[in-house]
Design a protein around this ligand. Sequence first.
Ligand code: SF4
Length: 78
Amino acid sequence: MGLSERPDGSGPARVVGLCGTCRHAETVTSVRGSIFCVCRLSASDPRFPKYPPLPVMVCEGYVSVQRCAGRGDGAPLS
Ligand code: SF4
């Protein structure tokens, strides 16, 4: 699940960085408002931590959720 950025740029997507729009990410907000990202790629590739330190600004595994839109099977377009 990706996170939407607020119009003023202060939203949670800025806090999590790339994970906010990555198809491998599952973002969770605690009752105290802390944001955690679970990287599902970590289950199959040890290079990626299950809980990446945020914000993630550069990542080899990043795949934009927008690249998967419209394909139906969720796979990247390229
Ligand atoms: S692959 Fe990278 S950008 Fe995507 S969820 Fe994992 S750590 Fe975040």
